[in-house]
Design a protein around this ligand. Structure first.
Ligand SMILES: [Zn+2]
Ligand SMILES: [Zn+2]
Length: 353
């Protein structure tokens, strides 16, 4: 195997190019994964456009991408949980395993996490990536690489269901139908929820939500969400809202829309830090409010749930490109919000596409 590989390198905003770079060498506790497919995420787009998210700034050239699956092609001396030839999903955040958060199972809050495609850490829009092997999860035969890659955004929905204590008895509203919202609908189905309403301003996204199993859809531009919801649910309302839009108005609306005693799970990040929320109503209604940061311990559970389920998360994939066309892929994801949901990239496309 050559010690070089192809990778998409972001030099500065709007400047991304395919370059020949050194192929990573796996450490003793790592495996080298040949990337089969990898998604374009909203965070990748944000770095591409703005060169930073919050305190994370692209100060030197970086490889983006963190939603992937591939094949193990080499393992370090100490690796026992995966072997060469295994098809695996890659969980992109490697934690310290030692701090209180890690030890208590909330490793998504680990202060020392090394997360792919978060500056200065490289991601995997590349032929190969080396990953600590305890963050690799073998895929059962019945699961495709695409599903393996989508476990990452699905995990956010999965984590939201757990945090919001969602179960089969609940009625749900998912607000915002980008990849995270649409996959939250799928996560809800995997949690046994049968009545799931979904809201977005884009018609294509509402149609896809219905195709993916939403019970009914709402256009927030066509009147009050609570009123539309009351009509759709026969006046019953929803027990849980999963807010993925990050829209300020939508966030303020949640306390008015959810049932008394209900739960609100905030997933989407707004562009402004402070947003009005009716606190007396929140108190009076005894609402539970949860924030979601990434996920923890979702991969094994999601693989178990998905592999035997009729739920098909691949419906969110609207575009596929070889790595060589990364620029076009990113531009589609960035500018065609009316027709694109998840854009999938195929490194090593010559072998597989
Ligand atoms: Zn992502
Ligand atoms: Zn830790």
């Amino acid at each position: 195997m050559s010690d070089k590989m192809m990778a998409a390198v972001l030099e500065k905003p709007f400047s991304i190019e395919i370059k020949t770079v050194n192929r990573p060498k796996p450490g003793p506790d790592e495996a080298l994964v040949k990337v089969h497919c990898i998604g374009v995420c909203g965070s990748d787009i944000h770095y591409y456009e703005h060169g930073k998210i919050g305190r994370y700034e692209v100060k030197s050239p970086i490889i983006l991408g963190h939603e992937l699956a591939g094949v193990v092609v080499e393992v370090g001396d100490q690796v026992t949980n995966v072997a060469v030839g295994d098809r695996v999903a890659v969980e992109p955040g490697v934690t310290c395993s030692r701090c209180d958060y890690c030890k208590s199972g909330r490793y998504n809050l680990c202060p020392d996490v090394v997360f792919m495609a978060t500056p200065p850490v490289d991601g995997a829009w590349a032929d190969y990536v080396a990953v600590r092997s305890d963050f690799l999860f073998p895929l059962p035969d019945e699961m495709s690489f695409e599903e393996g890659a989508l476990l990452e955004p699905l995990s956010v929905g999965f984590h939201a269901m757990r945090r919001g204590k969602v179960g089969p008895q609940d009625r749900l509203l998912v607000v915002g139908l980008g990849p995270i919202g649409l996959l939250a609908i799928q996560a809800a189905k995997l949690f046994g929820v049968t009545e799931i309403y979904a809201s977005d301003v884009v018609p294509f996204r509402r149609e896809l939500a219905l195709e993916m199993g939403a019970t009914g859809v709402i256009n927030p531009l066509e009147g009050g969400v609570a009123e539309q919801l009351a009509q759709l649910s026969g006046g019953k309302g929803v027990d849980v809202i999963i807010e993925t839009s990050g829209n300020a108005r939508a966030i303020s609306d949640t306390v008015h829309t959810v049932k008394r005693g209900g739960r609100i799970v905030f997933v989407g990040l707004p562009v402004t830090n402070e947003i009005p929320l009716d606190i007396p109503l929140l108190v009076d209604s005894e609402l539970d409010v949860y924030g979601i940061f990434r996920y923890a311990n979702t991969y094994p559970a999601a693989i178990q749930a998905l592999s035997k389920s009729p739920v098909d998360i691949r419906k969110v994939i609207t575009h596929k490109y070889p790595l060589e066309q990364i620029k076009e892929a990113v531009e589609v994801a960035r500018t065609q919000k009316d027709t694109s949901i998840k854009v999938m990239i195929y490194p090593n496309a010559g072998d597989i596409m």
